[in-house]
Design a protein around this ligand. Sequence first.
Ligand code: ADP
Ligand code: MG
Ligand code: ZN
Length: 636
Amino acid sequence: MAKPSLLPPRGERKPGERRSLTPQRPAFSIWYVLGLLLLLAVAQAVFLGTGGRSIPYSEFKALVRANQVTEVTVGDQTVAGKLKEPRGEGRQRSDAFMTTRIEDPKLVEDLEAHQVKYTGEVVSRWLPEILGWVIPLLLLVALWSFFFRRMGGAEGGVMSFGRSRAKIYADDDVKVSFADVAGVDEAEDELREIVEFLKNPKKYTVLGGHIPKGVLLVGPPGTGKTLLARAVAGEAKVPFFSLSGSEFVEMFVGVGAARVRDLFQQAEAKSPCIVFIDELDALGKARVQSPMGSHEEREQTLNQLLAEMDGFDSKKAVIIMGATNRPEVLDVALLRPGRFDRQVLVDKPDINGREAVLKIHVRTVKVSPEVDLRTIASRTVGFAGADLANLVNEAALLAARKDKTAVDMRDFDEAIDRLIAGLEKKRVMNETERRTVAYHESGHAIVASALPGLDPVHKISIVQRGFGALGYTMHLPLEDRYLRTRTDLQYQLAVLLGGRTAEEIALGEISTGAQNDLQRASDLARAMVTEWGMSDAVGAVSYAGESRGRFLEVGLAPERGHYAEHTAQLIDSEVKRILTEAHDLARTTLTARRAYLEVVTTRLLEREVMEGAELREILRAELPVPVAPEPDAPTA
Ligand code: ADP
Ligand code: MG
Ligand code: ZN
């Protein structure tokens, strides 16, 4: 019976697996020390043991008196000698003998009396002495290296410390292509440009143009960032150098920095190529001064990376790619122009994306014809690419366990249930939560489209993202704006509160999902009052504090401006009034478009994402509920 194949075809490496081209150096271990000790013991036996039969001292004396002994060598602790005739049996038979020396003042007398040739012997003591300090030292070194390796020390351990690292990080023949990635079309489109460039760098640089140096893939875990980076290399057919940020954080200060230097040197020699730094956040965390002192090693490595990125000739066709699921902790220095200045969002797939990802992963599995991937996709809201890959594998395992010839829908259903139970812990939205989020985002979008002069809605999504946001409404500015009028800002506030208001209207209940909106709305309203003098009651005064905390500087609350207590009260009441008015504006706007709110929400629940154009089409269509006249701009 054919069982579904669960393993990647032979010869193909799993993504993320790296090949090391240098042979593995045998590890330094405690066995070396033991071996050495054994050798020394043998040496000692050879040097010290002069051989001969061991006999009692009394027998030796008797032999001397019986004139059987011809010569002796008196040592420090032993007496060795030769007999006139060999004694003993078989192999033991020999004329040499040995005995332990005993304090015997009359020995010389006896020897002279019986004409025995005798000499003294200087015993060489170098061996015991050297052993006395060499062995403890060797043991110490062995223990030391053993523990350092345990603590995640450098590959090759202590012995390779300071040696040049000839490790090669490249994969010259990546087999992954864009065909292996699905559901992240926008990211793919952006990366195609990079592929084009890598394929034909001359074409782009001949006119003196600069190509992007660093591309940062940002997205929740398991969405295919690592896979995409490899696919870029596979499509462009260029070597793929990769390192993971966590690998840099090593025991010895300076090793990580040396590695970065090494990596870039190798990459430069092999251009065009890709240098991929996975889990960049492990390395590129903002360099903050902590009371415990900074993580020196990580910082040195980060500084080296920044230096290498700056020092890199941008005409050299080396693209540096990074991946992270925590962009918010990255050091801003990494995101400056000339470094990772291009960011590509790799989001969780929507329903179409999930279907496409499933299609890729069932290629290697025997599925029965009745399996409907669309249905599976609709049941796996919130799954990332890796979750879907896992799902297919799990279903195949279940089918195999039941000795089926193909994976059927029941196996998939069971696998989904299992995975969802696991994912529940990771906060995947349930149906009620999805509905709330859908109303919320529709609210933002409808208010934004209804009020004049606002940035048009580009996209609405209720695909859960990894960064805390449950859904989002994206606006695309028509033009750069440097000035905003008070009316603009009041409309803006209505949009910010539109999500929460839609929840109130449709569900009669508000959720915690609006917290970020409220925060932003309050900040904006406060700035209108205290910084821009937009409240008539407070007047045209700026009460802004001196330092509002420099960009991304952590830990400091913005300083309060200098004003009296009653001014503070006035400011607070003005902020509240502005917010209340914005809330009212959002409510009238949405109540007048109640039917649209339902249509947009239903569509969002079905499709999870909606383009701005589709939204505008819905809003243009005639719906039973009359559209109220545009509300007048409120006065502040
Ligand atoms: P990330 O780096 O974003 O955490 P990976 O690239 O390591 O995710 O994805 C892990 C595995 O999950 C991939 O090897 C692939 O099998 C599967 N996978 C993830 N995303 C996708 C996708 N968009 N399309 C197809 N397979 C995917
Ligand atoms: Mg990854
Ligand atoms: Zn919102």
